[in-house]
Write a protein that binds this ligand. Sequence first.
Ligand code: RIB
Length: 283
Amino acid sequence: MSSVAPRVGVVGSANVDLVVRCARLPHPGETVLGGDVTRLPGGKGANQAVAAARLGADVTLLAVLGADESGSWLARLIVGHGVRVTQPVVSHRPTGSAFITVDDRGENQIVVAPGANDDLDVRGVDLADFDVVLAQLEVPEAVIADVATRARSLVLNVAPARPVAPAVLARCSVVIANEGEASTLDLDALANCVVTLGAAGAVHYAHGVEVARAPAPSVRAVDTVGAGDVFCAAYAVRHALGESPQRALAYAVTAGALATLAPGAQGALPTDSEVNSWLERDS
Ligand code: RIB
């Protein structure tokens, strides 16, 4: 990491993740038995914010929590990672929750109940302070539209998959999508689109033309929940530092892979030096 930490504003959700492990994921209409439920911190916005802070960025999270025990628990954990929460805005709705099932291979299914996240409104926040704004789609569409018009540089993770107005996509410095999300996008229309390929790494397209590709390091994944969030955070931090697409991609796939080594979306957040050690080992 350079001596000046990039200033990253993360606009997004904060959720309580209620996680149950089971041998295999249920089919529609099927019931399967699982293990004990664990409560873990999550939400794509909070995951990306704490991951970016752990990688050395100066991070501010713009999110909304409920006025409940879950909200104060999450706020404590987020601030404990060194993330600034400029507007600990509290909603009368319950803190967001995610119901997550993880199978023996580390694959998952997630249902999100947004709750307080739906009350997010960042119109009063000066986004010009941030070198890069990182956002996802677990908050209202109007918030993303507002951020797209005001951020100096917007990295938009189009997850979970939802329609996004072409005018919003056109204002993004970089769009990050997994393969399913990317299938709904017109890659030719996007200045920069990074498509994650799970264990196969990631590809960077500029107006539909491949400009960089990085394989992921081989790791024994325990839990892939949140790995995409760590990838996005790592990519946004390196993008804010002005790194080339190839170097930013290699860094981000390594960070994402390391994030799978422990249970929970925030259970194995790598540091900048851990990512660099892996990159040096693999070079
Ligand atoms: O990307 C993983 C996250 O998606 C989980 O932490 C869950 O809260 C959902 O937002």
